[in-house]
Design a protein around this ligand. Structure first.
Ligand code: C5P
Length: 291
């Protein structure tokens, strides 16, 4: 088999600074309003051209599916369908973002495949065109294509860029459990007492570069509809160690804490390691230049 060309992409994870659900849409999806922030934790996605056959997926993660259940595989198929550039490829994923964690690792791998194939084939699609392909793969894929800081509305795929999050330390901790996104939305539909985030004040805080005000307004409605004791424990540990705030990302269960102080985040990291198998400290990632 002759490998003709290859390239390696970074697939960054995301956190939800706010996550609000406004209602149900006619297509069955929920209408959301979320401030999304890309973070510096990333998977590596290596794409190599091969001579023939369907896309081949491999990774360093034994339980990651390598067939059509993998969003990276779906992305390769969707790109070929949309553009007519049906280039046979091998995709090797270095998985460092935990799976099913609320950090959009799978969506980001798919986004990296779309961006990578656009470069490899010289198809010349714009960011908007890539996002159009991406939204059929998953609601978070368009944000993972554009990155940075953005307000996501509709089903999460309509994006408005926001001023970048002020630099800070972000501690991620994922408890030893997984949450199904559809199940989390179904639980939300049954929930009664929901506190909604103050999205407008968070946007204003971003405009003023005010990290403390941003942290004060953050909230995720899934924490009200599906309280998880392990999540509460990690939030408490992070706050006790000086986090400006600690919240769950997406439908969970990863908790992120916002810190300004290096020594505080290191102590919080050590404390979280006592009860969470995945603990990682990162920073906000900037919007990709030129898409
Ligand atoms: O878009 P994505 O494939 O990531 O969504 C997974 C599932 O999460 C959907 O099938 C739906 O059940 C739920 N969802 C929703 N409203 C959204 C996004 C996702 O109900 N805005």
């Amino acid at each position: 088999m002759t490998v003709r060309k290859n390239l390696c992409m970074r697939a960054y994870g995301k956190i939800n600074l706010t996550l609000d659900i406004l209602g149900r849409m006619e297509n069955g999806y929920h209408e959301v309003e979320m401030i999304m922030q890309q973070v510096s934790l990333y998977d590596s996605v290596q794409i190599s051209e091969k001579t023939d056959g369907p896309a081949e997926i491999s990774s360093n993660c034994p339980w990651l599916p390598s067939d059509g259940r993998n969003l990276a595989y779906k992305a390769a198929e969707a790109f070929a369908r949309a553009t007519g550039y049906d280039v046979p490829v091998k995709i090797r994923i270095g998985k460092y973002i935990p799976v099913a964690s609320g950090l959009a690792g799978g969506s980001s791998d798919a986004a990296a495949v779309l961006r990578g194939l656009n470069i490899l084939t010289k198809a010349g699609l714009s960011t908007e065109e890539l996002c159009k392909i991406g939204r059929d793969i998953g609601s978070d894929v368009p944000f993972c294509i554009t990155g940075g800081t953005a307000l996501a509305t509709g089903r999460g795929d309509e994006l408005r860029p926001l001023p970048p999050m002020p630099d800070c330390r972000i501690l991620l901790a994922k408890p030893r459990l997984s949450v199904s996104t559809p199940a989390a939305y179904a639980e939300f539909d049954r929930a009664k007492n929901i506190t909604h985030p103050d999205t407008a004040s968070c946007i204003q805080a971003l405009e003023h570069g005010d990290l403390a005000a941003l942290a004060a307004g953050m909230h995720n409605v899934f924490e009200d509809s599906l309280p998880i004791p392990e999540v509460e424990k990690l939030k408490q540990i992070m706050k006790e160690h000086g986090a400006l705030c600690a919240n769950m990302s997406g439908s969970g269960p990863t908790v992120f804490g916002i810190f300004t102080d290096e020594s505080a985040v290191l102590k919080a990291r050590a404390a979280c390691r006592a009860c969470a198998p995945f603990v990682f400290y990162c920073r906000p990632a900037a919007r990709r230049r030129g898409g």
